[in-house]
Design a binder for this molecule. Structure first.
Ligand SMILES: CC(C)(COP(=O)(O)OP(=O)(O)OC[C@H]1O[C@@H](n2cnc3c(N)ncnc32)[C@H](O)[C@@H]1OP(=O)(O)O)[C@@H](O)C(=O)NCCC(=O)NCCS
Length: 431
């Protein structure tokens, strides 16, 4: 690391996000300024600061900040690095959640980079996670090369689905839901309920922060201007229950065919999701509908009679996970086949380091730590363990990638098969 003698010492200050009747407390306010500076966006309006601080406070967020012990006259006084974390449940098996430490708002001012601030803030945060008894940590990354060194591995992915709605649209199976445009209030109320049903049933779903549903229904710019172009629709089952809620943004009518962007789509099942696609395909004066947060196994290309009308593109990593407590994490998740393996985990931060025996009988996993001198079937590192944790079908590729060191021939393939699940892990929460 490069030494910067004039500014080598930093003060670290972790505090709860606070907002009261009077407004945002000064520390939270300075921290919010530093965040917008870090993300290269203008400062938030006073009203939006109150909103942001209120959401963070409601989530019980701990804000962390680094400030130089001394700075040059004239240097901006806001913190030079920011970090925040709070707990939310992650679905690790149908109906089973683990409290997960979400890492958000990571910024380091350009003039203070590469001095170990991210490392210090991350170490402090992961220690807080362990103190809070959270067996997993999660984040979303702007760049893939940053977080592996802290034990994070990509664990869920999404794709972009683009429907060419200028072509005739027909579904292979009859619809069972009807769709109506709904008010913002109705969408807000029902998107929370529909999300709860979705969340319980989908491995990889992260509980939504307090910014939902407000932030989705009124997407705010970083300064706090509400996007008023969004519209809402809901899919109703025959008994009148709401099974899916859609928030979408039409590009507007300019004389040329326009487009629609799906901002948020939460559905409890495929039938209700397809009803929303049928609605979207039928909007006149639009020739493309784009959803950037679709699961990697989207059903739409198979549900339409013309598969060429749907493009699936731009697969990207979504949630990065970090296993902090191997025994708790691997005892909680579900398994679709039985086997037994001994594996050891390399972890420079130490949280997951050690050797473990995983025994799965009738889909129930039992994990115990074993002494370090017991011969293991395979060795892997913390990011690889995290990438395999939620299952999906990619484990076989991970097994062949050379990321695991086998001591028993075929152990990597067996481990990946044991952790594999039919459904790809997926969530509709952005954090
Ligand atoms: C990414 C960022 C947070 C790094 O902060 P930093 O304080 O410079 O990082 P550190 O000095 O603590 O570096 C920690 C390690 O990460 C590495 N690293 C830092 N930035 C990196 C990058 N962009 N790509 C790859 N590695 C990176 C460092 O080399 C160092 O590695 P080492 O400890 O193994 O030698 C900072 O550059 C930043 O704020 N970027 C803009 C906002 C952003 O991208 N935030 C992340 C949102 S997910």
């Amino acid at each position: 690391m490069v030494s910067h003698p004039e500014q080598s010492a930093y003060r670290f200050d972790a505090f709860p996000a606070r907002r009261d009747e009077e407004g945002v407390d000064p520390r939270s306010d300075a921290w919010l300024d530093a965040v917008n500076l870090g993300f290269l966006v203008p400062p938030a309006s006073p009203q939006h600061r109150r909103r942001l601080a209120g959401w963070l406070a409601a989530d019980g967020a701990v804000l962390d900040a680094a400030s130089p012990e001394s700075s040059r006259p004239g240097a901006l006084q806001a913190p030079v690095a920011t970090f925040a974390d709070y707990g939310k449940p992650l679905t690790v098996a149908v109906g089973r959640e683990l409290e997960t430490h979400l890492v958000v708002y990571v910024t380091v001012r350009p003039t203070h980079r590469r001095r170990g601030l991210l490392r210090r803030l991350m170490e402090r945060s992961l220690d807080r996670a362990v103190e809070a008894g959270r067996p997993l940590a999660a984040l979303t990354a702007s760049e893939g090369a940053i977080y592996g060194r802290f034990g994070f591995g990509p664990a869920t992915s999404t794709v972009t689905v683009v429907l060419d709605s200028s072509k005739p649209f027909a579904l292979a199976a009859p619809l069972v839901h009807s769709v109506e445009l709904v008010s913002e209030e109705f969408a807000a109320q029902h998107s929370v309920r529909v999300f709860e049903r979705f969340h319980r049933s989908r491995v990889g779903s992260v509980g939504r922060p307090s910014s939902y549903p407000e932030q989705t229904l009124h997407p705010f710019s970083p300064t706090g201007d509400a996007d008023t172009a969004v519209r809402y629709a809901a899919a109703f089952a025959a008994d009148g229950s709401v099974d899916a809620v859609l928030c979408y943004r039409p590009s507007g009518w300019t004389g040329e065919p326009g487009s629609i962007e799906v901002v948020d789509l939460v559905a409890v099942d495929t039938a209700s999701e397809l009803a929303l696609w049928d609605f979207l395909a039928g909007v006149d004066m639009v020739d493309t509908v784009t959803w950037r947060h679709a699961p990697v196994d989207p059903v739409l290309p198979w549900a339409v009679t013309d598969p060429d009308s749907v493009r699936v593109e731009r697969r990207r990593n979504a949630v990065w996970l970090r296993v902090l407590d191997v025994v708790e994490a691997f005892s909680a998740r579900g398994y679709e086949r039985d086997d037994e393996l001994l594996f050891s985990v390399g972890d420079p931060q130490g949280y997951a380091a050690g050797a473990y025996r995983l025994v799965v009988r009738e889909g129930v996993g039992e994990v115990e730590r074993v002494a370090g001198d017991v011969p293991v079937d395979l060795e892997l590192d913390a990011p690889t363990l995290a990438s395999l944790y939620l299952g999906g079908t990619e484990g076989r590729a991970v097994a062949r990638s050379g990321r695991m060191r086998e001591h028993t021939p075929g152990a990597a393939e067996r481990f990946a098969r044991l952790l594999r699940t039919e459904s790809a892990p997926y969530g509709v929460t952005e954090f």
